[in-house]
Ligand binder design. Sequence first.
Ligand SMILES: Cc1cc2nc3c(=O)[nH]c(=O)nc-3n(C[C@H](O)[C@H](O)[C@H](O)COP(=O)(O)OP(=O)(O)OC[C@H]3O[C@@H](n4cnc5c(N)ncnc54)[C@H](O)[C@@H]3O)c2cc1C
Length: 665
Amino acid sequence: MGKKTLSRREFLSGSLAGLATAATAGLLAGCAGADNGETSAAGTGKETSAASTEKETAPEGKSVYIPGTYTGTATGLGAVTVTMTFSETAITDVIVDTSNETLELAINSASDFQSALMEAQSSEIDTISAATFTSDAVRKAAAQCIDQALGLAVKEEASASGNESGSAGYPSCEDLSGVNAATNQGDIAFVPEPIADSDIKETVSVDVLVCGQGPAGMAAALACAEKGLKVIALEKGSSPTWRSPTMGAFHDRIHRKFGVQFDTKQWLDDAMVNCAYRGEQAVYQKWIDTCDEAVDWFLDKLALNDDDYYLTFNAGDFPDFNAPYDELSLSRSWNTSINIPLVVEEIAATLQKRIVEAGAQVLFNTPVVQLVTEGDKVTGAIAKTDDGYIKYLTAKGVVLATGGYEFNPDKLNACCRPRDLALIGWMNGTKTNTGDGHEMAKAIGAMEDEYPHPLMLDPAQLMPYLRVNKRGLRFTAEYEAYNHLANAIQAQPGAFDYYIVDANCAEIVDKLWTPSSSCYGPKEVWIGAAMSPNAVTADTLEELARKMDVDPEAFTATIRRWNEMCDAGEDTDFHFPGSMMHKIDTAPFYATREMAEALCTAGGLQITPSSQVLDTDARPIAGLYAIGNVSGSMFSGTYPHNENCLSHSRCVTFGYNVAKTLAAL
Ligand SMILES: Cc1cc2nc3c(=O)[nH]c(=O)nc-3n(C[C@H](O)[C@H](O)[C@H](O)COP(=O)(O)OP(=O)(O)OC[C@H]3O[C@@H](n4cnc5c(N)ncnc54)[C@H](O)[C@@H]3O)c2cc1C
């Protein structure tokens, strides 16, 4: 088997392509259906149902819009405004104002955007090359206009921006409206109203019901079936979920192969500091104590040759990197991650094969919608099928493995800070992740992690290029684990920064790496991003600063200071590793606007070390278990990327462990 890796961005391009786009696309598809006399609206979720209502009440081909002129605003490089005029059936006029943009091309593209919107009769227009941020903003602002014309404005504004609407409950120290990326609506499966017995088409008895087939649910289903338990696993989507071929542990057989020795107490110290001691230390300790056995079990299932595995840190440019952590960054970035020599689809397919071989049944397109209780105990769950509701009664327990709530804007706004949601976008393509497990459990008395919940965050650019904020100042050691760098970016005014390279970018990149980035695709990807048409370019630093809308004096002083420290070989300001410093002195210069990018939500149901879900009195709820991202008790403030690949590992480890717990009942 050859060595293969899948970069986050390779994943991203696939996942975004697969995303059913913004709510408005669904709406318009629904309306188009009305015009065409089609019977069903495209897309899912409440926006679509609103569109369906519109369709049902409007005579065919008529009265899609409330006639009038509407305005929408979103942030590109500056504020972008779109004003649209509607008749009952069409967009009749569009005015796009890009005059606040800092990029000349973007400013000059207003009439192109206008023509494209008129022609599309929708917000879904193509990106104008080299004006990505502006194109996104035009689409968002146009979508706002269309939503208003469809009579959905108030509701949509509330979901689109917790900051503006105040629905999050977290005030923000500055206006981050327009950069809040909590807008992708999935189809929520959770049914809050009790489902009557008369609506149940069939009742099935099992030992264990596993809800969800991501890494956590697959591990649990497989481990339970191997223990001889009668298992059914229900998955809301049409396929299993796996996102990156990596796995964390300490002294599993791959780390043993490379002779890496960890001080797990030191690792725990970092984990507890990362969560500000708000996580449950006993849950961390359980992971520490059991992850090696669980990961070795998991590797057995993949049945690959151990020679084909590398550690994430020694897989790329640093083949001898077998130290327990990277000592160059300010925080310790732990060498815990293993690279699995398969692409994600192969991992998921292999696990599915093993699950079925072990005797479990997996049903796709079968969302779990509600838990079943008897007194204080969970005794099963109800799933929705095309034929109606099916009740599963469980002799041992229900295992929630339903992932996060990345596609539930209301929940994101309610549970996360506006600044955490100030994103360039989501890398997560699992549109079925709408927090169903969180809500089903809360409905029967379970307790979530304290709010605000953190997100798993990356910087958009993974290489440690020099960074400045909008004041033209550096703000952190760019050489930091992803979550620390992403948090530092979000903490800047406007929640963005610029990363800066010069004409030598391709030459110096061989001297650069960043903790854990060596697994994420060839470095050419990161050079390409830094010199792409999205960058502003100039032959002088002053001109670059002006194009960035940054004070030229402050910016040139920052670069001068940086270059002096490069000559001295030491960054005494922020402690960037001296060996990787390179001067910014060769034109043309490039500056790319950057924000954090989100992977997953990282707050869930509070659990015991045995994954039993706790109620609001912190008592275990009999019969109910949570693993993976629907479970909590670990993260607060940040998801710790520097404790590399904890996430996949906790999914597999607690999935493996929960089978032991259930088998022993
Ligand atoms: C681009 C990307 C890269 C990543 N890279 C890494 C990495 O390198 N290392 C790492 O450790 N972590 C990584 N992560 C994070 C990691 O993938 C997640 O933390 C992990 O997938 C969580 O697993 P899970 O099983 O809890 O949830 P998920 O993988 O989200 O799976 C949940 C499943 O439950 C299903 N579901 C939802 N609701 C229902 C319902 N009502 N009924 C039935 N099924 C339901 C969903 O359809 C989904 O299939 C990455 C994430 C992303 C997005």
